[in-house]
Design a protein around this ligand. Structure first.
Ligand code: GDP
Length: 395
């Protein structure tokens, strides 16, 4: 920043000089009258002194916002004032008002564009539908249903429902219901179906795998009178093995702890008399590819198994997409959603079924073993997406 002084007989004259020298973007710092002594020692007519400045940045960018100039000027004035000590001056000088203001300005305008875009897609598009349809679309949005799915629903309403039909609650609800139904693969789960002997539970840490395993084992062994065996390869955390051991003692189901894929085959053989073998795996970070690959030998052995990918319903959709991607090496699996009781947003279930094309198995709705688990009921999930409150804790 250059600061220069200009003298003139009048304000206009001094300003003219400023303009000639620094251009139209000059910033006036101060204007004052100065009296100089003449040759004979007398005061002569006062002159006007204008102190002005121009920031190089202004030259580079003629469109520099006024706010930036003003902030810079304030900063400069403050630094030059008498009550600022040197230390403070240094700190202040290092603050780049341009950058700060610029960044804020550009981020703000980006944000504005983004909001406008979203608002326009929603508004312009939604304007073509009845209030009732809009209400249903909003319910889906509240449930964080992917915009791609909502777009599909809108297009199909547009093609198939007249505005008159769009006023009818039954028509609208059934129409959307049936579209949502198409997104869920039809293969269902059944507590009474013990055809898949080996059931392997995979998924990120802390989603509730072990608890879910215990719930299912309790149901199979206690109420369905099946012979159940536990295997765990989750040997990374002592607590994990201990947790399953405790359940195995309570439910009276034997537990085998395995440290290698070979031991897995042996453990399955050992349980040849069992009806169902439930396998707990280490809850690995889905971001760690190496850890995930350790699962592969378990799944590739010549053992006919059913894999369940366990995902918490409280997971953010962006994280959920990462999880799905990182487990994409699994060919066949069923989805199992936990912690349904902790969310009021069911979009994740629909979105995941839509993205993976994998069938749902169970949902868990609380921490109680064995009560808080149900076979995933697609009707109930769709009705929840459409605004009904159907999932409540058992306690
Ligand atoms: P893992 O690391 O995947 O084996 O997870 P855990 O089975 O150890 O569970 C982690 C935590 O989630 C525990 O505190 C469980 O009680 C809790 N949890 C499991 N399932 C549910 C559920 O359906 N709802 C709620 N609210 N908590 C659950």
């Amino acid at each position: 920043m250059r600061v220069k002084r200009y003298m003139g007989e009048t304000v206009q004259e001094a300003m003219q000089k400023v303009k000639m020298d620094l251009g139209r973007d000059a910033i006036i710092i101060s204007t004052r009258k100065v009296r100089k002594r003449g040759i004979a020692g007398f005061f002569i007519r006062p002159l006007i002194e204008v102190v002005a400045t121009i920031d190089d940045y202004v030259k580079r960018d003629e469109k520099k916002p006024y706010a930036v100039k003003e902030a810079e000027q304030k900063k400069e004035n403050y630094i030059n004032s008498s009550f600022v000590d040197n230390k403070e001056k240094n700190i202040l000088s290092s603050i780049d008002v341009n950058m700060t203001m610029d960044n804020m300005q550009s981020e703000f305008s980006e944000l504005k564009t983004m909001i406008n875009k979203v608002y326009n897609t929603i508004k312009e598009d939604d304007d073509r539908y009845s209030d009732l349809v809009k209400e249903y679309l909003n319910r889906l949005r509240k449930n964080e249903v992917e915009e791609e799915i909502i777009r599909d629903i809108k297009e199909r309403i547009n093609a198939d429902l007249t505005l008159h039909m769009q006023e009818d609650e039954n028509i609208v609800r059934n129409f959307i219901y049936n579209i949502l139904l198409e997104y869920f693969p039809k293969e269902s789960e059944d507590f009474n179906d013990a055809s898949k002997k080996v059931r392997i539970f995979v998924g990120p840490t802390g989603v509730g795998k072990t608890t879910t395993l215990a719930k299912l084992a309790a149901i199979f062994s206690l109420s369905r009178k099946k012979k159940v065996g536990f295997i765990t390869s989750d040997t990374y955390r002592i607590a994990a093995v201990e947790q399953l051991r405790t359940y195995s003692e309570i439910i009276n189901v034997p537990l085998s702890v395995i440290y290698s894929p070979l031991e897995f085959v042996d453990a399955v053989k050992k349980y040849r008399e069992k009806d169902i073998i439930m396998v707990d795996t280490a809850g690995r970070s889905h971001k760690d590819r190496y850890q995930l690959m350790e699962l592969k030998p378990l799944l590739n052995e010549n053992i006919d198994s059913q894999v369940y990918l366990v995902i918490s319903a409280t997971t953010k959709m962006t994280d959920c997409k990462e999880i799905i991607n990182s487990y994409s090496f699994l060919k066949d699996y069923k989805l199992l959603f936990t912690k349904i009781d902790e969310t009021s947003s069911f979009g994740i279930i629909l979105n995941t079924a839509y993205l993976t094309k994998k069938p749902l198995s169970y949902v868990t709705i609380g921490q109680n073993v064995p009560d808080d688990i149900e076979v995933a009921d697609i009707n109930k999930i769709i009705n929840s997406l459409l605004g009904d409150r159907l999932y409540e804790r058992s306690s």
